[in-house]
Design a protein around this ligand. Structure first.
Ligand SMILES: *Cc1c(COP(=O)(O)O)cnc(C)c1O
Length: 413
């Protein structure tokens, strides 16, 4: 019986699983140690979470000491110090006005909660017909049904669940060089349809899994203005961008805006435990009243203690200086690769470096090549990108960018 091939479902994969999987025995710092003896640098931060790297002593100790107190307790009618501490931290770090925190157990769930908040808000105000959402094309907000319905309609999963997914409004995706075109489209769609629209949802400054699209900060400013103008709430999904990844603590900070609802997840716990949150302001919480949601593992104490430790660790270091250094190195190494025939575009922001190729890469053979160069990346479609742990050294980062260059160079002949 081959458990790995014939019985375990991997993400976006089938059984039997014909894509190679690599067996991780342990991990330390930026390194993954495979069972076969190979060691690779994790250029993905395990889907963008592990900002402090693996097996960090401070993180481990925080979780271990919480285990001895209480590992889990229901959040209905009970509370605990790790949740109280984390709530305080999130209020102080997030943009002005965001001070009501709903803890969720994964990013997708926090998105579902944010959509529910917006719907309940308008219901209670007497606007029953405001029940749709508007979002730029090219977005990604998770794999649950509400979240899927606001993902990109073409490269998301809409075609699989056609007829089941609610239909929402999609607007032009924002660009890097100018914000006007996309804002113009948004303005005209909002003008036409605002009576049906509860909220706009978008990923600030970078659209992640939907295509690693970095865009102009003026778009965010414009979005805030247009949402106010047309009486539509603004939900900002910071699950990928939060906690320093783009060079600011949150993507919103690039444009100095405060959304009505913000979702955080992924790096919230430094990747050590699963946790997310939907954070809103008093206007929304007062109007919503009883919010109809309550996950079993809401505000899990181990997750809260991991998040508290991760935030402390981040703020203790000069994270911003390091992210800007990583950004410079990524820019220096990756942007010149635009000159290669096979490369359509190269872009960098914060600790995110992206190569968009003209043709899709074969994931299996590309990954094998990257592992030979000692690097773990997960290319998808035409995208080869890195989002390394913040603790990476220049030398380790160069190993990643060199491996990316080699993949591109190999495509040339
Ligand atoms: C990963 C991600 C999600 C989904 O989070 P899960 O924890 O996988 O459910 C939602 N939005 C964005 C922007 C993400 O990057």
């Amino acid at each position: 019986m081959n458990i790995e091939e014939d019985h375990i479902w991997h993400p976006y994969a089938n059984i039997p699983n014909k894509v190679s999987t690599y067996h991780v025995e342990s991990a330390d710092g930026v390194h993954l140690n495979f069972k076969n003896g190979l060691q690779v640098i994790d250029g993905m931060s395990s889907w963008w979470c592990m900002i402090h790297g693996y097996n960090n002593n401070f993180m481990n100790e925080a979780i271990k000491s919480q285990i001895d107190k209480v590992s889990h307790v229901m959040f209905g009618g009970l509370t605990h110090q790790p949740a109280i501490d984390l709530c305080k931290k999130l209020i102080s770090l997030t943009p002005t006005g965001l001070d009501k925190v709903f803890f969720a157990d994964s990013g997708s769930v926090s998105v579902e909660v944010s959509l529910k908040m917006a719907l309940q808000y308008w219901q209670n105000k007497g606007y029953q017909e405001k029940s749709k959402f508007i979002t730029p094309r090219g977005g990604y907000h998770g794999d649950t049904f509400g979240a899927m319905s606001v993902c990109d309609p073409d490269n998301g999963m809409h075609h699989l669940f056609k007829g089941v997914l609610p239909k929402h409004f999609f607007v032009e995706r924002p660009k890097m060089d100018n914000a006007e075109e996309a804002l113009h489209d948004l303005d005209s769609q909002l003008k036409k349809n605002h009576e049906q629209i509860a909220a706009m949802i978008l990923e600030p400054i970078v659209q992640g899994a939907g295509g690693m699209n970095i865009y102009h900060r003026d778009y965010l400013k414009g979005v805030r203005h247009l949402c106010d103008k047309h009486n539509v709430l603004l939900i900002v999904d910071e699950i990928a961008t939060g906690f320093g990844r783009t060079g600011e603590l949150f993507g919103c900070n690039h444009a100095d805006i405060s959304p009505d609802i913000m979702c955080v997840g992924k790096a919230l716990t430094g990747g050590y435990m699963t946790m997310a949150a939907a954070i809103t302001n008093q206007n929304i919480s007062d109007t919503v009243g009883v919010l109809m949601h309550g996950p079993t593992f809401m505000a899990n104490p181990l997750s809260c203690s991991a998040a508290n430790a991760s935030i402390d660790l981040l703020l203790k270091n000069d994270w911003k200086k390091r992210i800007i250094e990583i950004q410079s190195l990524l820019a220096e190494e990756l942007l010149p690769l635009k000159n290669y025939e096979s490369v359509y575009d190269a872009r960098v922001i914060g600790a995110i470096g992206v190569l968009e190729l003209k043709k899709p890469l074969d994931m299996k053979s590309t990954q094998e090549k990257l592992i030979k160069y000692g690097v773990w990346l997960r290319p998808y479609g035409k995208l080869l990108y890195t989002m390394p742990p913040f603790i990476i050294t220049d030398q380790e980062l160069l190993k990643i960018t060199n491996a990316m260059r080699e993949v591109v160079r190999n495509l040339e002949s």
